[in-house]
Design a protein around this ligand. Structure first.
Ligand code: HEM
Length: 219
């Protein structure tokens, strides 16, 4: 088992699985944030329900941290070993349909920018200003107020939109490679998997982008 996980196929497999943990979280996070369209109170109540459920909160956080560490560690490891093995072959560049798409070639760069985005995002929201509000007699964090403060600034909105477009490219390519790593990219499934990865990435990206834009327009 440890032999398989340290092989290059095993590493890609693990990268795919840890990426899937994040893909699932990102979808749930985007869907949950949609409560902001209903009302700031509902958004705060939703956030409060999540942080009050300690098992869900700590379980999710532990899975995310562990997956991120494995995903990033393997990304660096695979990039280094790919570069050293391509040293000789790189003089003969593939062309036409054999050429690796730009999104695939730049996964490590996209990932690095997304990691910076996640760190900044946590500093801004999770560890950001703590406003309090009372809804139906229950005291809770006023995250809607923080969101409105952050997204009333055009540079923050622009930064989010750009990062989320990058996330779209990363998710689209990542989703497709998960199935490749899991050995499911049989020629007859290829079209369906490609369509599903586009659909997933577009729904997540448009869903997320609509949130700062809406808050900006409302503030
Ligand atoms: C428009 C886009 C987004 C908005 C408005 C948003 C909003 C928020 C807010 C308000 C929190 C704090 C929740 C709390 O502390 O109770 C949060 C946490 C978080 N967000 Fe986002 N988010 C967005 C996009 C993203 C994206 C794209 C990712 C990852 C790629 C992400 C990853 C996280 C993580 C990991 C947490 C911490 C979760 C935890 O501690 O359990 N967010 N987000």
């Amino acid at each position: 088992m440890s032999g398989f996980l340290s092989s290059s196929v095993g590493k890609k497999y693990l990268m795919g699985l840890t990426g899937l943990v994040w893909a699932g979280f990102v979808f749930g996070h985007m869907a949950g944030n949609m409560t902001i369209f209903v009302s700031p109170d509902l958004y705060n109540q939703y956030g409060h329900a999540i942080v009050s459920n300690k098992i869900l909160l700590y379980g999710t956080e532990a899975a995310l941290i562990l997956s991120l560490l494995v995903h990033v560690g393997l990304a660096i490891n695979l990039t280094i070993s790919n570069r050293s093995s391509k040293g000789i072959a790189s003089s003969v560049k593939a062309s036409g349909s054999k050429r690796t798409p730009l999104a695939a070639q730049t996964m490590i760069i996209q990932g690095t920018i997304l990691l910076a985005f996640i760190i900044l995002h946590l500093i801004t929201f999770k560890y950001g200003e703590y406003y309090e509000t009372t809804i139906d007699g229950v005291k809770m964090r006023d995250l809607a107020r923080l969101m409105s403060e952050v997204f009333s600034q055009p540079p923050a909105v622009a930064g989010y939109v750009i990062s989320l477009l990058l996330l779209c490219a990363h998710l689209k390519h990542g989703f497709g490679s998960v199935f490749q790593s899991l050995g499911l990219l049989h020629p007859s499934y290829q079209g369906k998997i490609k369509a599903a990865s586009w659909a997933y990435a577009i729904v997540v990206t448009i869903g997320f982008i609509s949130q700062p834009l809406y808050v900006y327009m409302m503030s």
